[in-house]
Design a protein around this ligand. Structure first.
Ligand SMILES: [Zn+2]
Length: 365
């Protein structure tokens, strides 16, 4: 029986981050990594995690970060950077309030977006100087469209910088199909949708001596939700990569810390299978986007007049109680939370939080 040390609630990084990843893998569960675009979605994720006694991963895409700064904010590059920094500070403050452990992460950054990552690291280094903690637990650098030599050497360069402030990197080998934030791949050959175990071995050999990395390996996963039949998930690809590294380097089982991209709409049995192969993080975006929209949409549909008239034109009834944004944004939060209940159950992370409980929480049990 392994006993996992408990962690202080809040954003985890460095050694605590490794403790949380290990707890997931040893416990055969994974954390949903939810893409957020504002405080409503961040708070919904935190509420869902607290409700499920689960730890969670909050992440921003570059587009999400820009939106966080405001869709009309001047200078889109600075907006992407400052939106990410602002969201991170919100999460640092609120994660402690909700009493769960949170991994804070940024999503896909291709070659063009490396300056975005480096600018976030400038802010991260400053934050580290002031607080002894990084702003983010990890950043993803996705150079899977480039040749593998560049992918790995550039990832190594950035990891060196991250390690100095207790951060980890996520890289990608092989291509995730579908489209996210307009970064898409309509026509890619099928081979590229499946990561080669030899490439995983190379990544392990180059990066693990520098610091911690996690790996998004492609096993037929696709961003977005499409008609059934388009996705052929082959989790055994993950198993083969783990086996090759562990054999070559004489490690324990599942030496790689794997990330499942494109979790929305995936078959439950494939999700379950991937948990056995060292997946500790599953990205979910499309399904939680739809969940938020569904809650708002149903409410607006049921109360159409309140979204068109401040006062009912026939009866004179005031609609303030219905069009107050707190009313309908909350509906979106509630349906997003309900979708996350399902994700925590699918990933077996409900009830597994390793956050130290506050005195009141212990007394309540
Ligand atoms: Zn992805």
């Amino acid at each position: 029986m392994v006993t996992t040390p408990k962690l202080k609630p809040g954003v985890v990084s460095g050694k605590d981050y490794l403790t949380l990843v290990k707890s997931c893998k040893d416990g055969g569960y994974a954390l949903p990594a939810v893409n957020i675009v504002g405080t409503n979605s961040i708070n919904a994720v935190l509420e869902a995690a607290a409700k499920n006694s689960a730890d969670v991963i909050i992440q921003l895409s570059n587009g999400g970060a820009a939106f966080y700064a405001g869709a009309g904010a001047p200078d889109s590059f600075q907006a992407k950077v400052l939106g990410a920094v602002s969201a991170a500070k919100h999460v640092h403050m609120m994660a402690e309030l909700y009493g769960v452990c949170v991994i804070l992460h940024t999503d896909h950054a291709n070659k063009k977006l490396i300056p975005w990552v480096e600018a976030m690291l400038d802010h991260g280094e400053q934050y580290y100087k002031e607080t002894g903690k990084p702003l983010f637990s990890s950043h993803m650098v996705d150079l899977s469209e480039e040749d593998i030599d560049f992918n790995l050497s550039e990832s190594a360069r950035l990891l060196k910088r991250m390690v100095a402030i207790d951060m980890s990197i996520e890289i990608e080998l092989g291509v995730t199909g579908g489209e996210e934030d307009g970064v898409g791949s309509d026509e890619i050959d099928n081979d590229k949708l499946y990561t080669q175990p030899e490439d995983c071995l190379r990544a392990y050999e180059l990066l693990s001596p520098i610091g911690h990395f996690s790996l998004a390996a492609s096993f037929g996963n696709v961003h977005g939700v499409y008609k059934p039949g388009n996705v052929k998930l082959r989790p055994e690809i993950l198993k083969h990569s783990q086996a090759l590294v562990s054999q070559r380097h004489n490690t324990a089982d599942n030496p790689l810390d794997l990330v499942f991209h494109g979790g929305s709409g995936s078959e439950k049995e494939k999700i379950d299978e991937s948990l056995g192969y060292g997946v500790f993080k599953m990205n979910i975006d499309t399904d939680t986007q739809f969940a938020f929209a569904e809650g708002v949409g149903k409410f607006a549909f049921a109360n159409q007049k309140a979204f068109l008239h401040q006062i009912d034109p026939d009866t004179g009834e005031p609609y303030k109680k219905l069009y107050d944004p707190r009313k309908w944004l909350r509906k979106g939060e509630e349906t997003m939370i309900a979708r996350l209940d399902e994700a925590f159950a699918d990933l077996k992370s409900a009830g597994k939080s390793i956050a130290l409980k506050k005195a009141g929480q212990i007394a309540a049990e």
